[in-house]
Every structure is written in C-alpha cells, then in structure tokens.
Design a binder for this molecule. Sequence first.
Ligand code: PMP
Ligand code: GLU
Length: 406
Amino acid sequence: MTMTTNTTVSNRALAIKPSSTLAITARVRALKAEGRDIIGFGAGEPDFGTPDRVRDAAIDAIRAGMTRYVPVPGTPEAREAVAAKLQNDNDIACTPDQIVISNGGKFSLYLAMQAMLDPGDEVVMATPAWVSYKPMVELAGGTFVEIPTTADSGFLATPQQYADAITPRTRAVILNSPSNPCGTMYDPDAIRGICDAIAPHDRVMLISDEIYERLVYAGRTHLSPASLPSMRDRTITINGLSKAFAATGWRVGYTCAPQPIAKAMARLQSQMTSSVTSFTLPALVTALTECSDDIERMRTAFEARATLMESLVSAWPGVTCPPPMGAFYVFPDISAAFGRTSPGGASITDAGTFAEGLLEETGVAVVPGDDFLGCGPNHVRLSFALDEAAIEAGCGRIAAWLEGLH
Ligand code: PMP
Ligand code: GLU
C-alpha cells in the first residue's frame, strides 16, 4: 500500500500573500550572506541595539527564575507600567485591566481585529498603508476600505474623506500616525478633526497604531486619539517595544482597549500564544520606566537621518517625495522611470522592476510600493534605519542609477 500525504493548504492560507517587507529583509540577509555588497533601505527596523538596561532586565529575570507561564495579558506589574506610560506620556486615562501585552504590535493588531470584526464589517484606512493591515482585516472576515491619498497631501486624508468613507457597515477606522510607509503624520488638529468625523457613528471604533509615536521630528507632536474624552471609550491604542526601543526581535507589543475588547483579546490570546515570553515583561517595565534618555538618543539620530534623506532624495532626477515628519521612512514617487531602460539594460515598467533593477545593478534594496496599496504602485519605500555613511553611499548609488536611465 502506498502512503500519500495530502499537502493541500486551506483557502485562508492560499488567499494570504507573504509580507513583502519581511520578504525584502530576508532577501537582503541572503545576498549579504553570499558576500554581495548590499545597502539595505528595506527593513523597517532600527539598526541600533536594544538599550543595555532592557537587556539586563531580561537576563536578570531569567536568572531569578522567571521562566514559567505568566498571566495571559501580562503580569500585573507590566500592565501597570503600560497603563502608567499611557497616562503619563499620552494623556490616556486608563487602568491596567484595559491592557493586553502580546507578541509584537503586529499580533496586538491581529487580536484587535479578531476581537472586533464579524464577516461583512468594514474597516476604513487611508492608503498607502503598511502591508499587514489589509490581510489582518481579511483574516478576521472584514473588508478593508481604502481612502486613497497622494503625495500632494502628504498622504494624509481629510476629516471629510473619513466621514465620506464611513457606512453603516463600518466597524473601525485605523490610523497609523506617523505612518509606515509614508513617513508623514497628522498634526494634533487633524487628529481632532478625524475624531470629530468618527464621533457621530456609535458603532465605529478607532484603532490607533502608535508604534512610531516616539519617532517624530522637527518639534512635531503626536496626539493620541484616546486622550480626547469623546474617544476614550472608542479607541484601541496599539504600541510596542520594537521601534522606539530598537527591540524588533523581542516581539513585545501592547494594547489599551475598552475593557470588553481587552478581555476578548486576552481570551483569544489564551488559546493562541498563552502570553508573551515571561522574561520580556520585566524588560518591558524597565524600557517604559528607565530608558527615556536611550529613546531620545535614537530619536535624535533618526532626526538627523531624516534631514539627510530629505536633502539627498530631493536631488534625485524625476522623483518627488514629501519630506519625512516621523517614523523612519520616505516614500518617493518613482513613476517617471516607468517605460525607461536601466543603465544595466532592464526594462522599468513598475515599482517591482524598478526595485529589482536597482538591487541587481547597484546593490541597493528598497521595497516596491504595491503592497502598501493606494498610489503605492508608483512608489518605493526607503527605510533610513542605517547610519549616515550608508545613507549617503546608498542614495549616491540610486542617484547615479537614475541619471543613467534612458
Ligand atoms: N505597525 C506598523 C505600522 C509597523 O510598521 C510595524 C512594524 N512591523 C508594526 C505595527 C508591528 O511591529 P512589531 O510587531 O514588531 O511590534
Ligand atoms: N514594520 C516593518 C516594515 O514595514 C517590519 C516588517 C513588517 O513587520 O512588516 O518593514
């Protein structure tokens, strides 16, 4: 008798594309391992190390025997530290029982969608937007509704556009300010305007992804929607250690949600991952309570890089790009290159062939904008999470390659 293995995968798995940002990161890693001279503007992760104090707190916790299961939403100390951070830094009135700590901001967002959406529910978001929101909405049975924006408006939508996108089926609006991939952000008045547009719709919740909140430049301020009294019971705030604390591999994110939603997220988490890794929790407390100087050191470095990027990108022939305001991304429009031929003879027809030609011919990695939706197909994303010498060298290679298009 022959044994057969049925390796057919589910329709759900078939329908999901792999994350293109992580795919580029993996490609850069593989090319570097082959010894290629690659300058990677692909990965959306800080190049700094996690602050020593945070590492030490985890090591101390392991040595102290914190190696067992912990409460599903996190230890009381960690949930208290997150609630205190949100109260002190973001002016969000909240209690520890509204906090759920999860395996990365990405899983926090996934749980939020799973906890809130039923089939047919719509989730509204301005695009271009980070690659994972739409798949997460769809995995929860929802429909992702785009508000397309363009570079002219800094990729920002108006309160009226949000109001117009809301229908009786809308369950949530997602905000991600500062934005991945756009590098732009809403000012506090714009946030207030968007919240006013949502306010009349009782059923609509706001999911505010504030993972880049600490990385804002030129004196800009970030306003957390949940700090507005009208939005306190309507907002799910998501954040985590990855970006501000240069801790992408730790997989620590957190959510502050109205209690019923926080409870539902914890219930789901109890059947999915049980909790975050135990010894990251004291490290999270240390990060949130003792590391403001580390955060500021990294923010200042990113700010200088943002200025450098802006000046270098603005000199690229045929390319337009709003200046970076926050996060560590620029999202230039490179569509003037479509229909032309690269110095190495490749036909540039879209953002994918642009990124591929650039990588093959110059060793510079960028992310094609297609999966960020909206006008994304006309753009590529560059993450400036690399040192200034590498930024100058990489942007120089891009400039020379663009000059050679014919
Ligand atoms: N939101 C946005 C906009 C992001 O860019 C990222 C980065 N991957 C995340 C959430 C999630 O980050 P993490 O899972 O590493 O906390
Ligand atoms: N958020 C980062 C990026 O956009 C990390 C990869 C991911 O999770 O998408 O590149």
